[in-house]
Design a binder for this molecule. Structure first.
Ligand SMILES: C[S@@+](CC[C@H](N)C(=O)[O-])C[C@H]1O[C@@H](n2cnc3c(N)ncnc32)[C@H](O)[C@@H]1O
Length: 413
């Protein structure tokens, strides 16, 4: 095995997963949850009971593959997931997880994503590629290979490392290369732990409290500090990478992290940014916050009109509370109509309208805005649509900005 990246993921499949855990939980997350994909890429209008092909490129131990496979199976079984990875060890874990769940809608393939155009796997409505492109010798060539098998309409969910939030990692990697010359990977893990314990207070890694993955497992530590090939991207570099494969970034997740007004209260400074486009604003927000260590973006082919985000414009729109429990959130908002969030050290307090708690309590992924309004009117007869919609829009702006609220116009995933 000549490729050091392949050798690393054979020895340390990523992330560390035990197939027995499938009995007690489904790992979900961004990107690629079906309702989220529908929200950001298909204007909330994709009917997942129709055939849907998803590719998970560099699927690792299977998180996205299993999530998509399970969610598609739950919706009637016509969707299909193709898992592709170089590592046979990672694939073995992913296959065991699928087997533990009895999923039969996944095809497992061992291979390089750069070879996709010639692998004969067909084309895909959605492609997940997380934590992979930044490990390739030529990320742009990898992304072009993915774009070559993307359907129209269709889109991708990508995760790539963010440069500023990873402050401290690259000097650590360089030191560990010096210390570990000639040693095997497993011996360098011990060195990494010793160096971690000996870092002076001024070291950037010690001063960056938002990097904790290495504490979870050896696989995570290797991925963070001992990787043989890894680079990070700023927002402008990410936009350039997407452009080189004729793709546009259609959404950054969470959207609020990429909005300067999330961090800046000074109206004069904000006014100076008015001429910037969406990607430029995102780049400004990234430089300002300094803590974005991973970029999650949805991309779609340039100029196709694909990748439109769903908007809560009409009474038929169905709001979906992503991964937040509605009852608990409604209870908290009843006590105080303020959404409190910590974005890796940035404490946000987002004031919400008095109706927020009652609105959130009614969001069940099935009721439309029109129906939610009607149930509220039962005990508030004077609440007209415009007043309700104004209150909902503020809830949507806050929760949607944090990727907790999605919109759907068809039978919702
Ligand atoms: C950091 S892991 C991410 C796994 C998974 N996507 C996740 O987010 O949990 C990177 C994975 O990409 C795979 N990989 C690296 N280069 C690849 C390539 N050129 N083609 C296919 N898979 C690749 C590795 O084997 C590894 O399993």
């Amino acid at each position: 095995m000549d490729d050091p990246v392949q050798a690393q993921y054979e020895a340390y499949p990523y992330p560390a997963r035990d197939p027995r855990d499938e009995a007690r939980r489904l790992v979900t997350g961004s990107p690629s949850e079906l309702a989220e994909v529908n929200n950001y890429l298909f204007a909330g209008r994709r009917d997942f009971s129709r055939p849907f092909r998803a590719l998970v490129a560099g699927g690792g131990t299977g998180d996205a593959t299993i999530m998509l496979g399970q969610q598609l199976a739950d919706r009637g079984g016509v969707g299909e997931v193709v898992y592709l990875d170089l590592s046979t060890a990672a694939r073995a874990t992913a296959e065991a997880r699928a087997e533990a769940r009895g999923l039969t809608n996944i095809t497992f393939v061992t291979g390089a994503l750069e070879d996709l155009p010639s692998l004969g796997l067909g084309t895909f409505d959605y492609i997940d590629c997380c934590g992979v492109l930044h490990h390739l010798e030529d990320p742009a060539a990898g992304l072009r290979a993915l774009a070559a098998v993307l359907n129209d309409p269709g889109g991708m969910g990508l995760m790539l490392y963010g440069e500023y939030g990873r402050t401290g990692i690259y000097p650590m990697q360089a030191m560990l290369r010096d210390l570990g010359r000639g040693l095997k990977l497993e011996d360098r893990i011990g060195l990494a732990r010793r160096l971690m314990a000996a870092l002076p207070e001024t070291n950037w890694l010690r001063r960056n409290p938002y990097l904790g993955d290495h504490e979870k497992s050896d696989a995570e530590l290797v991925d963070l500090f001992l990787h043989s090939r890894d680079r990070a991207f700023t927002v402008p570099q990410l936009a350039e990478l997407a452009g080189s494969a004729e793709l546009d970034i259609v959404a950054f997740v969470e959207p609020a992290r990429y909005e300067p007004a999330t961090y800046l209260g000074d109206p004069n400074l904000l006014a100076c940014l008015e001429g910037l486009n969406r990607v430029e604003r995102a780049g400004f927000a990234e430089a300002l916050a300094g803590n974005i260590k991973k970029h999650v973006v949805y991309v779609a082919k340039t100029g196709t009109g694909n990748g439109r985000m769903a908007r809560p414009e009409r009474p038929e729109a169905v709001p979906i509370l992503g991964r937040l429990p509605a009852a608990a959130l409604a209870g908290a908002l009843k006590r105080e109509a303020v959404l409190k969030v910590d974005l890796d050290g940035v404490a946000l307090r987002l004031p919400l309208p008095g109706l927020a708690s009652e609105i959130v309590a009614r969001i069940d992924g099935e009721k439309s805005l029109g129906e939610i309004h009607a149930t509220l009117q039962e005990h508030r007869p004077t609440l007209d649509w415009l007043a309700f919609k104004a209150a909902f829009d503020r809830v949507y702006e806050a929760l949607g900005g944090l990727n907790h609220l999605w919109i759907c116009y068809t039978k919702c995933p």
